[in-house]
Design a protein around this ligand. Structure first.
Ligand SMILES: *Cc1c(COP(=O)(O)O)cnc(C)c1O
Length: 341
């Protein structure tokens, strides 16, 4: 076989666990509530390319994100956008700084373009010290700083004044705040894009909107920066069906808001119930909980009864990330775990 380039050769393919299961709590997907009636499209013009600039979709998104259309670039999931920005800014050996543990794809995107991923360890309780991050940034002068807030997989929430401290101390790196779960938090730094010209916020319809299958994400920044980064956007990156579906879904923001409220309530209920059966549950601002289990091999045992969660190994210790399910799903989960105790 013809060898891949060295920085890529060593990578492992991203493995998605797709065993059949009755309760899927492994990928932080939301419920199917916005487009559950399906999509009825009259006059589909599939023969022509989609709107490359996603004009209508960006207009709708700008209302939800409370910014201007010109502040938004839409991608095939925010994954595409994160990859695109890392690629656009980093040559081989350039540095990207982020806390660890965090979203594992950041490391992968760095590997793809040969950038060096510099991880700053979070505290033992998975809280993140912003001063440690700033110190590392000033030491290695990275092209990009990535902060996932709330953090995946730990659920940790960095307070806004800490992000402002980061922004006030770092002028020579692009600062990406990945707000994939910020809808649940109800807080954002989008309102700061015009104050800091090196700030980019990533959002997605994959979590709180329950539209992961559409692959629609948004990058939000000040107008000049977005126009600048437009250079590296491939044409027609968001397909026509996804644009149509997302536009339709965004007409129901009231449903999104009540769904978010419901998930937050269910998360607190799930946390309480897990604590009652001796789990360690970390505070979370997201649609998942990060836990330590009193049951060994919880992942394998739950998989055997049709429940899928995520398992992590940090410093030789096992942790689990469990997506907040529906009331019924959470009940099934708790009941199955009770049987394992
Ligand atoms: C889910 C997720 C994303 C990406 O979602 P897309 O489906 O690609 O929009 C980005 N960052 C984090 C931290 C996520 O958990």
């Amino acid at each position: 076989m013809i060898k891949l380039k060295p920085s890529v050769e060593k990578l492992n393919a991203y493995f998605v666990n797709d065993v059949p299961c009755k309760v899927k709590l492994d990928a932080n997907e939301g419920s199917n509530y916005l487009l559950k009636e399906g999509l009825h499209i009259d006059n589909l013009q599939a023969n022509i390319y989609p709107d490359s600039d996603c004009k209508v979709l960006r207009e709708k998104l700008s209302k939800y994100y409370n910014c201007k259309t010109e502040n938004i670039l839409v991608g095939n999931g925010s994954s595409e956008l994160i990859n695109m920005v890392i690629n656009a800014y980093c040559e081989k050996k350039d540095k990207v700084v982020s806390f660890i543990p965090t979203f594992s794809m950041y490391q992968t995107y760095c590997d793809l373009c040969g950038a060096e991923y510099v991880g700053v360890k979070c505290n033992e309780d998975f809280s993140q010290n912003i001063d440690n991050l700033i110190e590392k940034i000033l030491e290695v002068n990275p092209k990009i700083v990535l902060l996932c807030n709330p953090n995946n997989p730990t659920g940790y929430v960095t307070k806004k004044d800490e992000i402002i401290k980061l922004l006030n101390n770092v002028n020579n790196s692009l600062i990406i705040i990945d707000e994939a779960y910020a809808d649940f938090l109800g807080d954002s730094v989008i309102d700061l894009i015009n104050k800091y010209d090196n700030l980019v916020v990533m959002r997605t319809l994959s979590k709180a909107f329950g539209l992961a299958g559409l692959r629609v994400g948004a990058m939000i920044g000040n107008e000049e920066l977005i126009k600048y980064i437009w250079k590296v956007k491939v044409p027609y990156n968001v397909n026509m069906l996804s644009q149509i579906a997302a536009i339709k879904a965004l007409d129901n923001i009231n449903l999104v808001n009540s769904y978010i409220g419901e998930v937050n309530r269910l998360r607190e209920e799930l946390s309480r119930n897990l604590k009652k059966i001796k789990f360690t549950v970390y505070d979370s601002g997201s649609n998942f909980v990060f836990v330590e289990s009193p049951v060994d091999n919880l992942f394998e045992k739950l998989m055997n009864c049709g429940i899928l969660i995520r398992k992590f190994n940090f410093n030789g210790k096992i942790y689990y990330r469990i997506t907040v399910g529906t009331e019924e799903e959470n009940e099934i989960l708790i009941n199955e775990i009770r049987k394992l105790l």
